[in-house]
Design a protein around this ligand. Structure first.
Ligand SMILES: Nc1ncnc2c1ncn2[C@@H]1O[C@H](COP(=O)(O)OP(=O)(O)O)[C@@H](O)[C@H]1O
Ligand SMILES: [Mg+2]
Length: 291
């Protein structure tokens, strides 16, 4: 049984997960890329939405952030210039360019709504229309058919403007991503309040149902030699969030390498313990290995 829920604004859709924190570099994209890719490798159908103007999720899926002019992206969907389907491309992994004609290979089951640098202007563009914040709710509700995907993941920017509100409105279950430092932990409390506030103010009329369902510490420290302060902060988070905590991930040098190689961890090095950590999360989300 999945712990995740379907959107109340469009019950035909699968659960919509989003990694969030107003702080940058906490591991939101690392979480999303690897959860999505490993769910696809387990045989589930996953759609990722790269809503961050940095386009890291698109890069990790084998695409460049600065797409050629005329390429349909998430930005075209947001401003109503394109249908969602036109911005969807296959999720990919790099393969040895010397041995193959094309350096990338599709990952079956993994799709991506291509990101764009133009999302930099999203906050002001969304302010021009009072219903602008519902763009992603509408695009998913109208653009995705029943039973087309098992999971949707939204990669969010590190900010709390109208774009992030629009992403929270489209999400069902939010993973608050943190590092074991005071700034990010404080950010996690602020995010929790924001999500509750959005549900309270948009919920009844606009079916906003996102919850801060999980809290995840990335780059967790294990011993006091790595800093007693970090351990104390981690303990505080466990005390505050209890059963909502996901298994922590330690510092893993190969994450940066896998990103540069444009391969998900499970393909870059399937034996990494980090791959097991993400698979444990998938079990909990309701996407176990298929028999
Ligand atoms: N567990 C980890 N150990 C080491 N480096 C990590 C880990 N998680 C993420 N990183 C690195 O930290 C940086 C930020 O991660 P990213 O997932 O892009 O964060 P965000 O999306 O929140 O900005 C990236 O360079 C990434 O490779
Ligand atoms: Mg990111």
């Amino acid at each position: 049984m999945s712990e995740l829920h379907r959107p109340t604004y469009a019950p035909h859709l699968p659960p919509v997960l989003a990694g969030l924190n107003r702080a940058g570099s906490v591991g939101k994209t690392t979480f999303g890329e690897n959860i999505a890719a490993q769910a696809a490798l387990r045989g589930y159908r996953v759609l990722c939405v790269d809503a961050d103007n940095q386009g890291d999720l698109s890069f990790w899926n084998g695409y460049e952030t600065y797409t050629p002019d005329g390429t349909t992206t998430v930005h075209d969907v947001m401003i109503g210039q394109a249908a969602l389907a036109d911005a969807i491309v296959p999720g990919r992994t790099r393969i040895n360019p010397d041995e193959h004609e094309t350096p990338f290979q599709n990952i079956p089951g993994l799709d991506l709504v291509l990101g764009s640098k133009a999302m930099e202007q999203a906050d002001s563009e969304l302010a021009e229309d009072p219903f602008g914040v519902f763009w992603l709710q509408n695009a998913l509700a109208e653009g995705i058919k029943e039973d087309e995907y098992d999971l949707i993941y939204i990669d969010c920017p590190a900010s709390m403007g109208r774009l992030s509100i629009s992403l929270i409105l489209a999400a069902t279950n939010i993973v608050v991503c943190m590092k074991p430092a005071l700034k990010e932990i404080r950010g996690s409390a602020a995010i929790t309040d924001k999500i509750d506030e959005i549900r309270a103010s948009y919920g009844r009329r606009h079916n906003a149902s996102a919850e801060a369902s999980y809290y995840w510490i990335n780059e967790a420290r294990k011993t006091k030699f790595q800093g007693q302060f970090y351990l104390d902060v981690q303990d505080d988070a466990v005390e505050a969030y209890g059963a909502k905590m996901l298994p922590p991930l330690g510092q893993v040098g190969q994450i940066a390498e896998a990103y540069a190689a444009q391969e998900p961890l499970a393909i870059y090095n399937p034996r990494l313990p980090a791959v097991g950590v993400f698979n444990t999360m998938l079990d909990r989300f309701g996407f176990p290995e298929k028999k």
